[in-house]
Write a protein that binds this ligand. Structure first.
Ligand code: PGA
Length: 235
């Protein structure tokens, strides 16, 4: 894999947080990303995306989910083209907090790429399991559209039992999962997500197969996000 493809990708997932008043914090994060030269994105609520996209210089703006259809009578739906039109360069699909069945995740991934977005497909086992590798492999295969363009895709492994908690899986567990993901996921960048913070980012990025991080709580302020970005800049 080329050097550029191995450059860590750090994504902050703001979930249902963020109002106009938070644009100043986004500007501070953007400055830090520019200064450190890190490949980074903020996955924002749709309501904030366009204002954020207009003001940032370096950090990419992304969506958190998209509707599988291009347009239509889908009240409340936000299509991939709408995300792109609002300034998004990428979007998550299949995050455990929005996940429906894997068929729908695959349809969303396809819609995202058709609209010109890079797609980050999230997978992860619901609870601690000795068979996590097999479960995640099956979930991943079912979540991939047949015509996926791997060069514009990333896979985020997010064990649901770690999201919102304070512990990450041990290195042996992560090694088993990332070895499988590398075999399944072509040239896509592989991210780890779930309880990432400034204290564990460097260690996670040093693990074989981990090309980046998907960060929830620790991405919402420059104070918390900076050490994660610094870990990626140093790696
Ligand atoms: P967390 O969330 O970093 O707050 O655990 C990660 C995510 O759900 O993407």
């Amino acid at each position: 894999m080329s050097e550029a493809a191995r450059r860590p990708l750090i994504l902050g997932n703001w979930k249902m947080h963020g109002l106009g008043a938070d644009l100043a914090e986004i500007a501070r994060i953007d400055d830090a990303v520019a200064e450190l030269g890190v490949d980074a994105g903020l996955m924002l609520p749709a309501s904030l995306m366009e204002r954020a996209a207009r003001q940032v210089r370096t950090v990419k703006i992304g969506g958190q989910d998209c509707y599988p259809a291009a347009e239509g009578a889908h009240t409340g739906g936000v299509s991939a083209a709408m995300l792109r039109d609002s300034g998004a360069a990428l979007t998550l699909v299949g995050h455990s907090e929005t996940r429906e069945d894997s068929l729908s995740v695959a349809a969303k991934a396809r819609a995202a790429q058709a609209a010109g977005l890079t797609v980050v497909i999230c997978v992860g086992e619901g609870e601690r399991s000795a068979d996590a590798r097999g479960l995640v492999a099956a979930q991943l295969r079912a979540s991939l559209p047949p015509d996926l363009n791997w060069s514009r895709a990333a896979i985020a492994y997010e064990p649901v039992w770690c999201i919102g908690g304070d512990a990450v899986p041990d290195a042996a567990h992560l090694a088993r999962i990332f070895e499988m993901l590398r075999a399944e996921a072509g040239e896509a960048r592989l991210l780890y997500g779930g309880a990432v913070d400034g204290g564990n980012a460097a260690e996670l990025l040093a693990l074989a197969g981990v090309d980046g991080l998907l960060v929830g709580r620790a991405s919402r302020s420059v104070a918390d996000f900076l050490p994660v970005l610094e870990a990626a800049a140093c790696g």
